[in-house]
Design a protein around this ligand. Structure first.
Ligand code: ATP
Ligand code: MG
Length: 235
């Protein structure tokens, strides 16, 4: 059982999109997924209300998650889901520290812009603070979002260099800019139920989202292995 928090204090970094892609991809692979929707815009809740039974299979959504309710929701959802995904607001809030504290992994979506990198840096500072002051080591990665499939912009290159200089782990799979990723929120579908004649490059979107989920699962199981190793060496 894992809790994965998607965090960036900058609004619009691509958190909610990444949560829905990962959730639908993992549910398709047989995992029971619960999403804690703490985004004040409730996009995931709206998607869930529109979605058919087939699209909702193995997926559940808890809406209106707040600092006051997150403890109870995490405990309840961990009892019935294999993976709990937390979609946070794009702002600094006490919820960030609480959600991160429950997480087995933190994913930080970052667009190729200095502002997004700054929002990601706030999350990383908090993770380092927890490690230094409380010896709580939560593994994390940045995932680059809305990446143009054809060109690498100068801003994206600058962000990549900044992350490399700070030795921040970055997912090999970026989330590419795809219209399919916008369309799923409007129709309550998944990438696998949409009509490929109406959505451009749907096959490429499916491939990208599948690679993202595979890479995330790999990092989670590696982190779990490292955690076990740490416990053994302490014992
Ligand atoms: N890979 C992508 N391809 C196309 N559009 C995208 C992609 N990622 C995000 N978007 C679009 O960018 C906008 C912001 O994305 P999203 O809502 O996922 O960000 P967020 O970090 O959750 O924002 P907030 O901080 O406001 O909650 C949305 O209109 C979304 O459809
Ligand atoms: Mg959001």
């Amino acid at each position: 059982m894992s809790v994965i928090t998607f965090a960036n204090t900058k609004g619009g970094a691509g958190k909610t999109t990444a949560v829905l892609l990962v959730a639908t991809e993992l549910a398709r692979r047989g995992y029971r997924i619960s999403i804690l929707d703490a985004d004040p815009q409730h996009w995931i809740t709206r998607w869930y209300e529109m979605a058919s039974e087939a699209c909702r299979q193995r997926l559940s959504v808890v809406s209106y998650v707040t600092t006051g309710t997150i403890d109870r929701h995490v405990a309840e959802e961990l009892r019935r889901a294999d993976v709990v995904l937390i979609d946070l607001p794009g702002a600094r809030s006490p919820l960030l520290a609480k959600a991160v504290g429950y997480s087995s992994y933190v994913l930080i979506p970052v667009q190729g812009s200095a502002m997004d990198a700054q929002g990601g840096a706030h999350v990383i500072e908090l993770l380092h603070y927890l490690a230094d002051k409380a010896a709580i080591h939560i593994p994390y990665s940045v995932v680059l979002t809305r990446v143009n499939s054809m060109v690498t912009t100068r801003a994206l290159q600058a962000v990549k260099e900044l992350l490399a200089s700070r030795r921040v782990h970055v997912f090999e799979t970026p989330i590419i800019e795809r219209s399919a990723y916008r369309d799923i929120f409007g129709c309550g579908e998944t990438l696998y139920t949409m009509d490929p004649r109406r959505v451009s490059n749907l096959d490429k979107a499916q491939e990208n989202s599948s690679l993202l989920a595979t890479e995330l699962l790999g990092h989670i199981s590696a982190a779990r292995g490292a955690g076990t190793q740490r416990l053994r060496s302490v014992a």
